[in-house]
Design a binder for this molecule. Sequence first.
Ligand code: UDP
Length: 326
Amino acid sequence: MNILVTGGAGYIGSHVLKLLLKAGHKVVTLDNLQKGHRQAVTGGQFVVGDLADRKLLNKVMQENKIEGVIHLAADSLVGESMEKPAKYYFNNFINGINLLEAMVANGVKYIVFSSTAAVYGEPKEIPIKEENLTKPTNTYGESKLFFEKALKRYEQIHGLRSISLRYFNAAGADPEGEIGEAHNPETHLIPLILETALGEREKIYIFGDDYPTRDGSCIRDYIHVNDLAAAHLLAIESLAVKNKSAVYNLGNGEGYSVKEVIQAVKTVTGRDFPVEIAARRAGDPAVLIASSAKIKEELNWQPEYYQLEKIISTAWEWHKNGGFNK
Ligand code: UDP
């Protein structure tokens, strides 16, 4: 297929791009490089530009005869979304609508959307299933939920077909070591702990140890970025064959607390480092664990890197070798 990947220079997008290219698809990456890295785009055509630029979207779609879009371009920090809500409503929702309008205008029928576990908010049931209540506790999750709702309307009104993938916590790096996670500033737990293990940070802070969990720290479901990427490939191919919309969770179905992740990093790296308890971060639910039974059953998705230590060791290889600065 001719596929447009928005946000393809980002952490998850670059892993998606690499798998799409390996599978033989013709890919155009669109990224404004606000957060992404040029080196992360390992093939296909690369257009530097913004989702707000409708003329550019039209041009890219027409010139490349785009048949499907994998839409990952977004702001994705829970903490920041509770300080700058407008940034999240504009970039994730309004610019997303701009993309949908361009798709409709150019006859592009299929979209795979990078959604999030944050659409659920504080879950009533664990593991979380797709049909459970969506009540986001932060602006990030809300902006993604708004877009999921828009996708339903665009299906009803314009016949657009979509698969929304609700990611739990993406982690790890390309096992070939070519690409990996490199946010600036880094806010995600696993890379922060790895940077602490490398001595680049003084200590790691645990954001709250008074949650109603087994050790008081938040529990999350960590999924390897390549397993996530593989799901995008299955999703876009399934849209083209079955022409059927869906929403899927993507996680391992196994939860680890912040304290357990820190311990696992100590085991994998063989290094010790200081850990300090800090205040809770706004908008953080206590426990997020996915049921991914639906995507396993309907798209035959199977995670390959489901053990936490294996996930961490791919990320450790990447960080230890200097990431994009090697
Ligand atoms: N976290 C933490 N210390 C940090 C960064 C994150 O304790 O320095 C916690 C955070 O509160 C959450 C979990 O680690 O419970 C995962 O956070 P991350 O930002 O990696 O992903 P998110 O769950 O926000 O998508």
